[in-house]
Design a protein around this ligand. Structure first.
Ligand SMILES: C[S@@+](CC[C@H](N)C(=O)[O-])C[C@H]1O[C@@H](n2cnc3c(N)ncnc32)[C@H](O)[C@@H]1O
Length: 196
């Protein structure tokens, strides 16, 4: 499971979440918590939701949360955790490489620790309503140089300014790429879709 250059496909992620079990139900992202007030009220689409810690946190804050991921194990863990905490999530099992978001349908989209392919990146900006918010946090290439168990790999990390390159339709609220803490290299972006 942890050799270098392995493919991180659906089976790998299912195995990852099976192995982690309860441990995969980590705390919500600090970046998300700190910037909650940047989000619009309404729905949040959580792309590559994983085991649901961000989604459940947002559900508790009153958002209508829909999570998409191709790992059924992650989705099952998220649903179980949500139910145990009295929260409801809409979940969809889907390979994001083939995922389409209805144009101008979302109040907020979050992408945490996942590098969207080019087509998805364009599609998710289109999928925001005017005034809608994109909140993104991901690994930068420097993280792949120090990944100990083969994740994230180089091609799973954002290149310099890559997250910015499809954000022409967004008014930037926050952007940074840096080592946030020791050996935690991240890009963080919050943007608001320009109104027509
Ligand atoms: C590092 S985890 C991040 C999970 C969550 N967003 C978080 O921050 O904790 C990456 C997630 O992306 C999902 N994923 C990877 N490739 C995917 C794809 N092509 N389609 C759908 N989900 C994918 C994995 O199943 C996994 O849950």
């Amino acid at each position: 499971m942890n050799s270098l250059n392995e493919v991180h496909d659906e089976a790998w992620w299912n195995q990852h979440y099976t192995t982690l079990g309860q441990a995969s139900k980590a705390e919500p992202s600090e970046f998300l918590r700190q910037n909650l007030s940047s989000l619009r009220s309404g729905q949040v689409l959580d792309l590559a939701m994983g085991a649901g810690h961000n989604a459940i946190f947002l559900s508790k804050q009153g958002f209508e949360v829909h999570g998409v991921d191709f790992s059924q194990v992650a989705l099952d863990q998220a649903m179980e955790l949500a139910q145990s905490q009295g929260q409801s999530l809409g979940v969809k099992k889907q390979n994001l490489e083939f995922f389409l978001i209805e144009v101008m349908s979302m109040d907020n989209i979050i992408v945490m620790n996942y590098l969207p392919a080019l087509t998805l990146m364009k599609n998710l900006v289109r999928g925001l309503k005017p005034g809608g918010i994109l909140l993104l946090e991901g690994y930068t290439k420097a993280q792949s140089q120090i990944s100990e168990r083969g994740y994230p790999q180089f091609d799973e990390c954002f290149a310099t300014n890559q997250a910015l390159s499809h954000c022409a339709e967004l008014e930037l609220i926050f952007y940074q790429e840096r080592e946030l803490e020791h050996q935690q290299h991240r890009v963080q972006l919050i943007g608001r879709k320009k109104t027509l």
